[in-house]
Design a protein around this ligand. Structure first.
Ligand SMILES: [Mg+2]
Length: 120
């Protein structure tokens, strides 16, 4: 039995394979597409004067558009990880290890400062 990440990744790869789109999926093109989709997510909130904190505060339309862009971002992320023969859980775990060094909990708890501005 496949884990859920592998299952969804396989579904994405099958989708692109059936359309012969892999030929367009260079690392640069996938990174570009990922960034564009992240911008599309931001565009939903571009002129919002609210600071929504949770799902309950989003209108059904905004929630649906948000989920749609999240899906686009995730799809390109999976494709990009595959393109570089990466392993997403390993990549994330490695980054979390680095972030825990950059942002020690005892120095950054409750702070939104960048790691370069934290006390030494
Ligand atoms: Mg989109």
């Amino acid at each position: 039995m496949k884990d859920p990440l592998t299952e969804i990744a396989d579904e994405i790869f099958e989708f692109t394979k059936e359309r012969d789109w892999d030929q367009f999926h260079t690392v640069k093109n996938l990174a570009t597409a990922l960034s564009i989709e992240a911008s599309e997510l931001l565009e939903i909130y571009q002129w919002s004067t609210k600071n929504e904190l949770s799902r309950a505060e989003l209108t059904p339309d905004v929630l649906a558009r948000t989920e749609s862009e999240i899906a686009d971002i995730a799809i390109y992320l999976f494709l990009l990880v595959r393109k570089i023969d990466g392993n997403l859980p390993t990549i994330i775990k490695n980054k979390l290890k680095l972030n825990s060094k950059k942002y020690p909990a005892d120095k950054c708890r409750g702070s939104s400062k960048k790691y370069t501005e934290l006390p030494k």
